[in-house]
Design a protein around this ligand. Structure first.
Ligand code: HEC
Ligand code: HEC
Ligand code: HEC
Length: 284
């Protein structure tokens, strides 16, 4: 008798939990996080982007295999199949957990067909293998790139005392102070705020070379400098319309462009790698 109550209670709990999950499915998204072993095949843990380069090889080898099977060139076909086999199994050498994702028998069938110069069978196995590539990519490709290849700003400091985010807040305040003071006719405060913004932008620009060593990204660049001086003029003697236009252009060039690349991607990465605490999960 007791057992029956116990089982009924369990069933009720299960129903409540699945009800909650179902009810919140529009608010919570489950994603498959890529295995952490991948980190060692990416910068900065590795000197090279080893994982990614193995993938580029696989794509090239798949193309060559299809090409030589279609043109019935047994010698070159065999050469590329050997390479494909090697780099395909490297996936599981690098991430042992992903052994189960490999189409081992398909790869073996493809090799055998190539040995026997059975070109049409090679093409059939090639197609099946491609489907297995695609299936792993569906689950993991985008999130792996986001996790391991998105530039990370968490360790970028403006000065030892000033964090990157706090400097961002200062820049926004300066821009808004310009706007507020210009609208309310306080020309001198608008101009000193612009001078401060100019200085703040130069300071920010010194952090770009941390990562942009070869592809120099001058910040502020020529277009931004032009807009800064045009804004200076319009604050001195221009109309409200000119001031608004210059300020808008500046915000796009100096802030929004970079945010489009760096802030969006970095923000998404932070969400993904953050360990959810239990209370966060409950709150959802
Ligand atoms: C077990 C998982 C897995 C399998 C199997 C796999 N890949 Fe990948 N592949 C990945 C991941 C993860 C990425 C994302 C890497 C990144 O962007 O940093 C990727 C990225 C790629 C890319 C780079 C895409 C781009 O342009 O940025 C190519 C090309 C590629 N894979 C080809 C292949 C081919 C061809 C096969 C099959 C022969 C294959 N992969 C099998 C996991 C896998
Ligand atoms: C933490 C490293 C890092 C820092 C700091 C950094 N970048 Fe980048 N940035 C990159 C990488 C890497 C790319 C290449 C694209 C990618 O993988 O997202 C990039 C791409 C860009 C792009 C888009 C692609 C292009 O070449 O036009 C712009 C614009 C850009 N960065 C501007 C800046 C500016 C301006 C600064 C300084 C205020 C800056 N970045 C600071 C790493 C960084
Ligand atoms: C490197 C390119 C880059 C440039 C140029 C840039 N930002 Fe940012 N900004 C970022 C990144 C990355 C973050 C996210 C930082 C974080 O969350 O740690 C950010 C975050 C912010 C935030 C949110 C801060 C917070 O408290 O969460 C504000 C506001 C901001 N930026 C304003 C600006 C303004 C205004 C400008 C132009 C004068 C500007 N940014 C130029 C990259 C840039």
């Amino acid at each position: 008798m007791r057992w029956r109550y116990f089982i009924i209670l369990q069933a009720i709990i299960l129903l409540v939990v699945s009800g909650l999950v179902y009810k919140h499915q529009d608010k919570v998204k489950l994603v498959k996080k890529p295995p952490t072993e991948l980190a060692q095949w990416y910068k900065p843990e590795n000197k090279r982007q080893v994982w990614l380069h193995n993938m580029f090889k696989l794509r090239r080898e798949m193309q060559a295999v299809a090409f030589y099977a279609e043109t019935k060139n047994a010698e070159y076909l065999q050469k590329w199949v050997v390479q494909l086999d090697k780099h395909y199994f490297k996936i599981a050498e690098m991430v042992p957990n992903w052994q189960k994702k490999l189409a081992v028998s398909t790869m073996a069938d493809l090799s055998n067909a190539s040995d026997k110069k059975d070109f049409s069978s090679v093409l059939v196995q090639h197609k099946v293998l491609q489907e297995s590539c695609d299936s792993c990519h569906d689950d993991y490709q985008a999130l792996t790139a986001l996790t391991y290849r998105t530039p990370d700003f968490s360790k970028i400091q403006i000065t030892p005392q000033l964090s990157f985010v706090n400097h961002m807040d200062t820049l926004t305040r300066q821009i808004n102070q310009i706007k507020i003071s210009a609208q309310d006719g306080n020309k001198s405060l608008a101009l000193t705020s612009l001078a401060e913004l100019n200085h703040g932008m130069n300071t920010l620009g010194e952090t770009c070379v941390d990562c942009h060593k070869k592809d120099r990204k001058p910040y502020p660049n020529e277009a931004m400098k032009k807009t800064l001086s045009s804004l200076n003029e319009s604050l001195e003697s221009g109309t409200a319309k000119q001031q608004g236009r210059d300020l808008g252009t500046l915000a796009v060039l100096a802030c929004a462009r970079c945010h489009g690349t760096h802030r969006i991607a970095y923000g998404a990465k932070q969400k993904l790698v953050k360990e959810e605490s239990f209370s966060d999960l409950i709150k959802h």
